[in-house]
Ligand binder design. Structure first.
Ligand SMILES: Cc1cc2nc3c(=O)[nH]c(=O)nc-3n(C[C@H](O)[C@H](O)[C@H](O)COP(=O)(O)OP(=O)(O)OC[C@H]3O[C@@H](n4cnc5c(N)ncnc54)[C@H](O)[C@@H]3O)c2cc1C
Length: 391
């Protein structure tokens, strides 16, 4: 489906973004997207990400990795099969930590691909790579909680179908551990006091209609029953949410690298300069060979991390997820950049998917934790083998 149905419609879908209101889907975009989703559903190609679950395919994480890689090759790939970020992570949270009422109201329509969701953790005023810094206030008032503060980089919050936010808030209590000072709470989009301030731009692109929004919450009141799991459980939930989400990004990044390499090879064989095919000029053989080798190395590491997750010990899997979270985006960025170069001027233009892909892959070095934080986790795991000292 990715090759035969989705990729041929991609260019038309993206061109429609500049027609009319950028933050609404045009009739044609809806037709394309919903048509593809219907086809996927009818073929039973839906919600693959629900690994080891009675509701989904029951795929292992390793098996899912192969599918996510294919989905990564197309802009709409993940969404057509209801496997896109941030929804998969959010659905996982609702499935694991939501009440029956939360599941009825939010999980069901998300699983059916009828609505979308956003995950609001990062804040403009604090270094959010260290999530213990998160400070949006959430104060109990009778049967409600009242939220105040700002969030930014809320991916997907611009989408008109995005109906529910999972929000990380501060729940300070000096009697609890530093990783038990935060909570997660559900905030429906239309709640009074929720304000969309602006769309953050990624290298000048607003990524409409998905968007990465800067948002302000002023006396936002939600029922106390919207709190997930309990006060102080935010980190516990975040760890469960971010593990699979991070590795899914990496799997798709490997698919993007494959697409870039394919485009690079085809281009370098179809164009000539200085009397030779571009592939045969200068160091281009080595560039192509290195890209192939680096993709293969990253894929194997990704599969190893997926296999570690499948063993069921989250703590043991965490450093492996961190390793691939550093390696896959860096590799995909390099391969995409080489492809851009081999295309010449067209490579950085709107005429190939490469420029858009480059900016997307670049953001993965920050989203779901910057490289440096993952390196810190990898180094800690390594050093712990040799010391009892707290690292
Ligand atoms: C396109 C995009 C989409 C995003 N989507 C979401 C989303 O949907 N929801 C959400 O909540 N957030 C989202 N984010 C935010 C992202 O997760 C944060 O930007 C990231 O966690 C870093 O936080 P920060 O921006 O506050 O950077 P800071 O915490 O200020 O960190 C800045 C830099 O400090 C350095 N640094 C930090 N810690 C260390 C360390 N331990 N060792 C060495 N150096 C270090 C690193 O160089 C790091 O890049 C998104 C970001 C982008 C770019």
């Amino acid at each position: 489906m990715v090759q035969e149905d989705i990729l041929p419609l991609e260019e038309e879908f993206l061109a429609e973004v500049s027609v009319g209101d950028r933050w609404q889907y045009t009739r044609r975009q809806t037709e394309i997207l919903e048509g593809l989703k219907d086809k996927a559903k009818a073929a039973g190609l839906w919600n693959f990400w629900l690994t080891d679950s009675a509701r989904g395919y029951g795929l292992s994480t390793v098996e899912y990795a192969y599918l996510a890689e294919e989905m990564g090759k197309a802009h709409l790939g993940a969404e057509v099969f209801n496997c896109s970020a941030p929804d998969t992570g959010n659905m996982e949270v609702l499935e694991r930590y939501g009440t029956e009422a939360h599941k009825d109201e939010w999980l069901k329509p998300l699983l059916a691909g009828e609505i979308r969701s956003a995950y609001l953790m990062t804040e403009p005023d604090v270094a959010s790579a260290d999530a213990t810094n998160i400070e949006m206030s959430c104060v109990r008032d009778g049967d409600d909680y009242v939220l105040n503060g700002e969030k930014w980089w809320s991916s997907g919050a611009g989408d008109p179908r995005c109906s529910i936010y999972i929000v990380m808030v501060a729940s300070p209590d000096k009697n609890r551990h530093k990783h038990a000072q935060h909570s997660m709470i559900l905030v429906p989009r239309d709640t009074k006091g929720v304000e969309k301030l602006r769309a953050m731009q990624v290298y000048g692109e607003d990524d409409a209609p998905h968007g990465h929004l800067h948002m302000k919450f002023t006396d936002v009141r939600v029922p106390a029953s919207n709190l997930l799991l309990g006060e102080g459980c935010g980190f516990e939930i975040a760890q469960g949410r971010l593990g699979p989400g991070r590795i899914h990004h990496c799997m798709r990044a490997i698919g993007q690298a494959e697409r870039a390499l394919e485009l690079m090879c085809k281009r370098s064989l179809s164009r000539e300069a200085f009397g030779k095919k571009i592939a045969k000029l200068g160091g281009n053989f080595d560039i192509i060979a290195n890209c192939r080798m680096e993709i293969e190395q990253a894929r194997l590491l990704c599969l190893k991390a997926a296999w570690m997750m499948d063993q069921g010990d989250k703590r043991a899997a965490a450093p492996w997820i961190s390793q691939i979270k550093v390696v896959a985006p860096l590799m995909a960025l390099k391969v995409t950049d080489e492809a851009v170069q081999m295309f010449g001027g067209q490579g950085i233009s709107q005429d190939t998917p490469l420029a858009k892909q480059w900016t997307h892959v670049r953001t993965l070095r920050l989203a779901d934790g910057p490289d440096a934080v993952h390196r810190m986790q990898v180094a800690r795991a390594e050093l712990k083998k040799y010391t009892q000292e707290k690292i």
